[in-house]
Design a protein around this ligand. Structure first.
Ligand code: 2NE
Length: 276
């Protein structure tokens, strides 16, 4: 696959290919790809650019590695070295928890996001991987939560959606005991889709992406919205309803409503019928 670098960031690498695949990588390997507010802002920008490029259908989300000490990470969560007393401090000293914005952007992106996990996916990094639609993990992948150890927790998707994925018992174990789980255990509990050799991780991600890209974009985006509708309350239903509105706009019936308004006449919906 040929990647074209796209966008200028400090903490993130963004690439795209003419095949319809984008690649987003957190680029802070010396910190095990922990995120600071800037990292999250850049990730939000990258995912928003991807959303708006209609040639792109699949995103590979990963972390740069190995670090100089040989360590690999998808993401080790919030950068504790910039954690102030009320949140993660940005460069102006404002306390932020903007990873929640990023979670929602990934969740509602009407494209398929595949996590490629090499090394640690810990804390808020584990939650980010969880929010991806699919997850491929290298044999060295390690998953876990540390919140109760370091004075933090994610009670949103990080708890509720985790329990939907791995079950209530396992989710409580993960959060209450703060253990680390290898790739085999993660596969067994349904946290990931497949284990892949480390040196073949990206190639496998590209293979999965190419398979997705053979299918109907509308079917895939409606299915993603439907899965979210089942778990995400009204915000999930909004996404599914939005897909229905998009499709409705393309019909003669909806266009007649718009045209009649603009032409200051009564709309004529008689051509539509009341289908069973
Ligand atoms: C990830 C883990 C297990 C890796 O261990 P190891 O032994 O492979 O590496 P090491 O030596 O611990 O880390 C390498 C360097 O990365 C930094 C370390 O401080 C170290 O730097 P130096 O001391 O050599 O300069 N580093 C790693 N993770 C970092 C982090 N999160 N913040 C700042 N620096 C970090 C091990 O490193 C580990 O346990 N890391 C901490 C994981 C963690 O507790 N993350 C925060 C959870 S809370 C959260 O993410 C969150 C939330 O719960 C709710 C909302 C938003 C965020």
């Amino acid at each position: 696959i040929e990647w074209e670098p796209w966008g200028e960031y400090q903490d993130v690498l963004l690439d795209r290919s003419s095949e319809g695949i984008a690649r987003v990588a957190i680029d802070r390997p010396t910190k095990r790809n922990a995120f600071r507010p800037r990292t999250v802002m850049e990730l939000c920008d990258a995912f928003t650019r991807i959303r708006d490029d209609q040639r792109l259908g699949v995103v590979l989300f990963t972390g740069v590695g190995p670090a100089d000490d040989g360590g690999y990470a998808f993401c080790a969560g919030g950068d504790q070295s910039v954690r102030g007393d009320g949140g993660y401090l940005d460069e102006e000293g404002l306390p932020r928890l903007n990873v929640l914005d990023l979670q929602r952007i990934i969740r509602s992106l009407p494209k398929v996001v595949i996590a490629l996990v090499a090394g640690y996916a810990i804390g808020g990094g584990q939650v980010l991987h969880l929010l991806c639609d699919l997850s491929l993990a290298a044999e060295n992948a390690v998953f876990g939560q540390t919140g109760p150890k370091v004075g933090s927790f994610d009670g949103g998707f990080g708890a509720g959606y985790l329990a939907r994925v791995v079950g209530q018992r396992k989710a409580r174990e993960i959060w209450f005991l703060c253990r680390q789980y290898g790739a085999e255990e993660a596969l067994k509990m349904g946290l990931i889709n497949e284990i892949v050799p480390l040196d073949g991780l990206e190639a496998e991600g590209v293979r999965w992406a190419r398979e997705v890209l053979q299918h109907s974009p509308t079917a895939i985006r409606c299915l993603k919205a439907a899965f979210n509708a089942e778990t995400d309350g009204l915000a999930g239903l909004q996404e599914l309803a939005g897909q229905a509105t998009h499709l409705f706009y393309r019909t003669d019936e909806a266009q007649e409503g718009r045209n009649a308004f603009l032409q200051k006449r009564r709309p004529d919906f008689s051509g539509s019928g009341w289908l069973p």
